[in-house]
Ligand binder design. Structure first.
Ligand SMILES: [Zn+2]
Length: 136
C-alpha cells in the first residue's frame, strides 16, 4: 500500500508554501461556515481543498512552481512582518537574560523581570499585587 502510494506520487508536484496557505484558508472557511451555519461558506471551503489536491497530484511542475512563486511574492510582506517580530522578540530575550531573571506570576501569569545577583527576594506582581519569594 505504501509502495503503491509512493509510486503514485513520483513525478507529481507535492506540497509547497501555497499548499499551506490553501490549508489555512480551508480551515478558516470551515470554521467560519460552522460558526455562522452558512452552507455556502462550507461549500466554498471545498474550493481551496480541491485546488490543493489538484496541485499536489499535478505533473505540471513549472506551472505549479510559478503559482507558488506568485503566492510567496504576494505573501512576502506578511512573512517579513512575522520574521521581524520573531527577531525582535529573540533579540530582547537574549540581551536581557544576562541581566534579568524571568518569572511568571503564579496568580495572574504576568511575566516578571527581576535584576540578577541580588540573592533571595520577594517579588510583587505589578498587575495583581500577589507576592512570592524567588531567587535573583
Ligand atoms: Zn500577578
Amino acid at each position: 500500500m505504501k509502495d503503491k502510494f509512493r509510486k503514485f506520487m513520483t513525478g507529481r508536484y507535492g506540497v509547497d508554501q501555497l499548499s499551506n496557505g490553501l490549508n489555512v484558508l480551508f480551515f478558516i472557511l470551515v470554521i467560519l461556515g460552522i460558526l455562522t451555519r452558512n452552507n455556502i461558506i462550507l461549500f466554498l471551503s471545498l474550493v481551496p481543498m480541491i485546488y490543493n489536491y489538484f496541485r499536489m497530484f499535478s505533473k505540471n511542475f513549472s506551472k505549479r512552481y510559478n503559482e507558488n512563486r506568485i503566492y510567496t511574492n504576494m505573501m512576502s510582506p506578511v512573512y517579513n512582518f512575522v520574521d521581524k517580530i520573531k527577531y525582535k522578540f529573540q533579540k530582547n530575550k537574549k540581551r536581557d537574560k544576562k541581566k534579568y531573571k524571568y518569572y511568571h506570576c503564579k496568580n495572574c501569569g504576568q511575566e516578571l523581570r527581576i535584576p540578577r545577583g541580588k540573592g533571595k527576594v520577594t517579588i510583587t506582581c505589578p498587575i495583581c499585587k500577589h507576592s512570592f519569594d524567588g531567587r535573583s
